[in-house]
Write a protein that binds this ligand. Structure first.
Ligand SMILES: Cc1ncc(COP(=O)(O)O)c(C=O)c1O
Length: 471
């Protein structure tokens, strides 16, 4: 037997032991500090050892336990960034995806997996009230945004064959609150991030449609080529939803591709569809099951209204990959509709999790997050030492500690964030609004209960006292 071979009996033992380690992590979630008390040097010393020449065998399992001790615990009080809470039923099924090792690139390489991915993408489209949209799973919202804009570029510029040769400068529009993945996509697509026009927002951080329209007119007058508009369905800072219907009207009038960046918020349409009206008029939509559908990383999704633009942007079949079937199902290939060729069976975890729990459970978890965010905002508003910094549109709550003199508020809140996270009882991240540093809690966490958000004000004030006494 080759040393790399693992017998089915050994596999069972290993899988059981790894499951036990994962179970211990889950059992102790609430009691361990969210941010591990570890330094960069400690983690480097522990985890950067050389590749052993000789097998460590089951001794390597001890290292897995050690990883947990130096890992951020994502319990009910983790509200940093926009990070889903790793729903465990889906996570458990992920082992099978790795064992099956299906290359989800074409039906003929992975019949069940391709149909499952198409099915689960259809479920998502239907659930956010965009029936008929097709799509594929991606590594995340950033890749989905890049792909959406690649489709927009190809539709207007047909640059795939000969590159960007147009005389007019292509430009893309988005609100000033747009996620950093959009300028990055424009840089990668050769459009240039300076050709992203940042449109001003209203007091609720929503794009001003008049601003969009006049920017387009100005570009047309200057001989530029308006290419696409990116509407945010949940901005990363505050969860603001741009006026989607107004933006769709303008996109239609000026023949712009409309991409909705719904990586954070679009899945909230499962709970509150009316707030996302207009999203169904988009050409492409990104959304992230690894955010507000509580799935483990990584699982993003790109939806598109029509297959022609996606195939124009991504279909580059080599002879070695050519389908030998005329059957529309059997000749289907994701590599014709996405950036990747080899693709992992991401859909298995999502499909299993969504079936295991059912749609109603996810709807109610999203409703719960929306409700708890409002509850948190109201407890912040009623505390004289705290200030709510933005309306709570979805589940992001931006606030700051405010007794310090105005000039030091940013520095104080920055130090306060480090103190809060260092104490390990809750975990927040930050946002900058109107140039001011804010603390930010983003609830996309199926574990969070009312009691968890009710401890935030007290924990922030205690952290502020600790900070004051240490300085
Ligand atoms: C609005 C928005 N768009 C895009 C992204 C990027 O998504 P990902 O981190 O999955 O690449 C994020 C991430 O937080 C986001 O909030």
């Amino acid at each position: 037997m080759h040393p790399l071979e693992v017998s089915p009996a050994q596999f069972r033992t290993l899988a059981n032991e790894i499951t036990e380690i994962a179970t211990q992590y889950l059992q102790a979630l609430d009691s361990r500090p969210i941010a591990p008390p570890t330094t960069g040097k400690q983690s480097l010393d522990l985890f950067s050892s050389p590749w052993p020449e000789q097998p460590e065998g089951t001794q390597a399992l001890a290292a897995l336990t050690q990883i947990i001790e130096h890992t951020r615990a994502q319990n009910a009080r983790f509200w940093g960034y926009v990070l889903g809470s790793a729903e465990p039923a889906g996570a458990a099924s992920d082992l099978l995806a790795s064992v099956l090792n299906q290359n989800v690139t074409a039906w003929r390489s992975s019949p069940a997996a391709v149909i499952i991915e198409k099915t689960v993408v259809g479920w998502l489209a239907q659930a956010i009230s965009c029936p008929g949209f097709q799509g594929s799973l991606t590594g995340g919202g950033s890749s989905a945004n890049l792909m959406g804009l690649a489709m927009a570029r190809e539709r207007k510029l047909a640059a795939n064959a000969s590159g960007l040769r147009n005389a007019a400068q292509p430009v893309v529009y988005a609100s000033a609150e747009v996620h950093m993945s959009i300028p990055k996509a424009l840089a990668l697509l050769g459009i240039g991030r300076n050709n992203l026009r940042l449109i001003a927002t209203d007091q609720d951080f929503r794009m001003l449609p008049d601003g969009l329209e006049s920017a387009i007119k100005q570009d047309l007058a200057s001989g530029n080529l308006p290419l696409a508009v990116v509407a945010s369905a949940g901005t990363v800072n505050t969860g603001a939803i741009d006026p989607l219907t107004d933006i769709a009207d303008i996109a239609q009038r000026f023949d712009l591709w409309m991409h909705v960046d719904g990586a954070y918020g679009a899945l909230a349409a499962i709970a509150e569809p009316a707030r996302f009206r207009g999203m169904e008029r988009a050409d492409s939509i990104s959304l992230d099951p690894h955010k507000w559908l509580y799935q483990s990383l990584d699982c993003g999704c790109l939806l598109y209204r029509n297959r022609d633009p996606v195939r124009a942007a991504f279909s580059h079949t080599g002879d070695y990959a050519k389908s030998l079937s005329d059957d529309p199902i059997e000749s289907f290939a994701f590599f014709d509709e996405s950036m990747e060729l080899s693709r992992r069976f991401r859909a298995l975890r999502l499909w299993f999790s969504l079936r295991y729990h059912g749609l109603a459970a996810f709807r109610s978890a999203i409703e719960k997050d929306l409700r708890l965010a409002r509850r948190l905002a109201s407890s912040i508003s009623s505390c004289p030492d705290l200030e709510l910094m933005a309306p709570v549109s979805l589940s992001a709550v931006c606030f700051r500690y405010r007794p310090a003199p105005e000039s030091k508020l940013d520095a104080t809140n920055e130090s306060l964030l480090k103190t809060i996270n260092g104490r390990g009882r809750i975990y927040l991240s930050n946002a900058t609004l109107h140039g001011q540093f804010c603390l930010r809690a983003c609830l996309v966490n199926h574990r969070t209960r009312p009691a968890d958000v009710d401890c935030v004000v007290d924990e922030v004030l205690q952290s502020a006292r600790q900070l004051a006494s240490s300085s």
